[in-house]
Design a protein. Structure first.
Length: 300
């Protein structure tokens, strides 16, 4: 505040000195009559000059402030421009560094590729030289083999003639031997077939006999239900152990009378163990799981 009023005071003082100087010059030039003008007019002019000085000071201050604002804005714009240019320069520098790095990497890769290619060329040249050497050696062996074959051809012809004669004799002997073997096999097969037929007949007879024995054993343990009529029959599936013990009983075809069916199944369980053949193969084939017609009215 003090500095502000000091500025105004200094400006007013300067303007007063200028005015007094001007008045002094005018007084020196005018005659003496003029020098004795009344003083009140000078005081009035001095008051008016103070207002002008205040206005001029305000104008100068506003002008200085406007100039300062303009300078600040210009300086800020310059700073922003400088920052943008610096950022662009950094980005350009970074991009250039990246491109240089990429170029170096590509150059190194190309150098390695050329090095590997030269290595492959050397290897391929060595391989071709080796193949060429092998071909020469192979050709030499072929020539030697050709000579050996030509030399051995005459001996082979004589040996072949002898071998053909011996082979003919051997074939005749083998034919005679095979004929004897065929005859022997035929006689053995005929004997085996006769034995198999006899065994089949025996197994069939045994199967029929044991089946009848099982049905008789079941019938002997069956008790006719009071509510069941005569002439009923059902199909029963039985699972046996090799000892003849009953593992499971199922009625696979009902008589139409559930009481009759249950009585038949109970009879099978009561008859356990059932008669079975001593031949395990025959048991496994026909009696391990078998189905029979339970018909108690049928005379066995």
């Amino acid at each position: 505040m003090i500095q502000k009023f000091g500025l105004y005071f200094a400006l007013a003082l300067i303007l007063h000195l200028i005015l007094f100087g001007a008045f002094g010059i005018n007084i020196a030039d005018e005659p003496e009559v003029t020098k004795q003008k009344p003083l009140p007019e000078i005081i009035k002019a001095s008051i008016l000059d103070d207002e002008k000085i205040q206005q001029e000071a305000n104008r100068l201050k506003a002008q200085a402030e406007s100039k300062r604002i303009a300078q600040n804005k210009q300086q800020k714009d310059l700073e922003n421009k400088r920052k943008k240019e610096q950022k662009l320069l950094q980005e350009t520098k970074h991009k250039r560094q990246q491109e240089e790095k990429k170029a170096k990497k590509l150059a190194l890769k190309e150098q390695q590729r050329l090095k590997e290619l030269n290595k492959q060329k050397v290897i391929e040249a060595a391989r071709l030289a080796k193949i060429k050497k092998q071909k020469r050696a192979a050709q030499k062996r072929l020539d030697e083999l050709k000579k050996a074959k030509q030399k051995a051809a005459e001996l082979a012809m004589k040996a072949e003639q002898k071998r053909q004669h011996e082979l003919l004799v051997k074939k005749q002997q083998e034919v005679a031997k095979r004929q004897r073997e065929v005859q022997e096999k035929a006689a053995q097969l005929k004997k085996q077939q006769a034995a198999e037929i006899a065994q089949i007949a025996q197994d069939k007879k045994t199967t029929i006999s044991i089946t009848a024995a099982i049905q008789q054993s079941v019938n002997s343990r069956w008790i006719r239900p009071i509510t069941s009529n005569k002439g009923l029959r059902c199909m029963i599936r039985v699972k046996l152990l090799p000892t003849g013990d009953v593992m499971d009983v199922q009625v696979v075809k009902s008589s139409g009378d559930s009481i009759f069916d249950r009585s038949a199944a109970n009879a099978v369980r009561k008859a356990s163990p059932l008669p079975v053949p001593k031949n395990r193969a025959l048991f496994s084939k026909h009696f391990r799981v078998f189905t029979f017609d339970f018909n108690p009215d049928k005379i066995i």
